[in-house]
Design a protein around this ligand. Structure first.
Ligand code: TUI
Length: 316
């Protein structure tokens, strides 16, 4: 058993959170993660409010355990999604890709655990002041939209800057990572890419296969020219995107090119023209297992490592 304050705050058994990935983290995955004793988080993406409400209800039908909803701040429906999370009584709301400060009071009043994802110390401090309960510090090893710091320097700096518990994200896929995160002062880990490669994840099989087949250098980032870098597995789409940025294509042209690409890969399985967002851990993911097996495996490995550490450090 590895229990931290995160388990008490979220009502979960293991200090593991599943990243709320748009078009990927659907009710089936979220319920399976929560049933496994971790925290499942629905990916709100830019989906319409009715769809998100239906996903919340489907998750509730599948599990009585706590789960969360991720609201990306670029969604045109942020206000409605906040209302829906309150009406439906979800346990936690995670946010990404922006500053959720203005929404925190409403969520807190409703008793929802606020766990914004940040990529910098400055935003972590600001959100702690605004009432965030947990800070998720996400390094640029992650898939999807990223900041510019790596997990190793980001997490301890955020831990030192805030008093609220910190969850480490970006670069985690196994028990070694969980132990490392705890050593950095985090109270748990968030994993996205690793949970994509589970039997319960409803993403297209091509997407999962692309991750399983990926090597250590399989991902790249695009979108720097827009100020919104995104990490995805290299393919014809990412190379064309890079080429457009190199030749200085207009912002509008690039946005038009990129729109809808994640959904294309996740739902249609077009892993050539779609955006297969995934983290650098893709190279260490070699199988597709159930969420329960995955969570148990990670916890077991972390326990073994912690148990073996005294012997490791006493050799001399
Ligand atoms: O949000 C994420 N990752 C995401 S969102 C996403 S959906 C998407 N779909 C199509 C194209 C692009 C994205 C895919 N992946 N992670 C959390 C995260 N938040 N990472 C970095 C940040 C972040 C960055 C800047 C948070 C706050 C921030 O602050 C800016 C500000 O307003 O202060």
């Amino acid at each position: 058993m590895i229990r931290t304050v995160l388990c008490d705050m979220l009502g979960i058994e293991h200090p593991i959170v599943q990243g709320g990935m748009a078009w990927v983290a659907t009710a089936e995955l979220v319920a399976a993660v929560s049933e496994a004793g971790a925290l499942g988080i629905l990916g709100g993406g830019n989906a319409p409010p009715d769809y998100v409400r239906a996903q919340i209800r489907e998750t509730k039908r599948r599990t009585k355990k706590p789960f969360g909803v991720n609201i990306p701040l670029f969604s045109p429906y942020v206000d409605d999604l906040v209302s829906i999370c309150i009406e439906e009584g979800v346990k936690a709301v995670a946010t990404g890709a922006g500053n959720p400060g203005p929404y925190i009071p409403r969520l807190k009043e409703a008793g929802i655990v606020c766990m914004p994802v940040v990529a910098s110390v400055a935003l972590a401090k600001r959100l702690e002041r605004m009432g965030a309960d947990i800070i998720v510090a996400e390094g640029m090893e992650s898939g999807g939209h990223i900041g510019d710091l790596s997990t190793m320097p980001l997490v301890p700096q955020v831990v030192d800057a805030v008093r609220v518990p910190v969850v480490a994200a970006g670069g985690f896929a196994d028990g070694r990572g969980l132990v490392a995160a705890l050593a950095l002062g985090a109270v748990g880990i968030q994993m996205g890419t690793r949970f994509v490669c589970t039997t319960e994840c409803t993403v297209h099989e091509n997407y999962k296969r692309k991750i399983v087949e990926a090597g250590d250098r399989a991902t790249m980032t695009t979108g720097h020219s827009l100020g919104h870098p995104v990490r995805a597995i290299k393919n014809a789409m990412t190379h064309e995107f890079q080429e457009m940025e190199r030749r200085g294509a207009s912002e509008q042209e690039i946005i038009e090119f990129g729109t809808g690409r994640l959904r294309l890969a996740a739902e249609q399985g077009d892993v050539v023209h779609g955006s297969v967002m995934a983290g650098q851990v893709s190279g260490m993911i070699n199988d597709i297992v159930s969420c329960r097996e995955l969570v148990e495996r990670i916890v077991r490995q972390a326990e073994e490592i912690i148990g073996a550490l005294p012997a490791v450090v006493s050799r001399g």
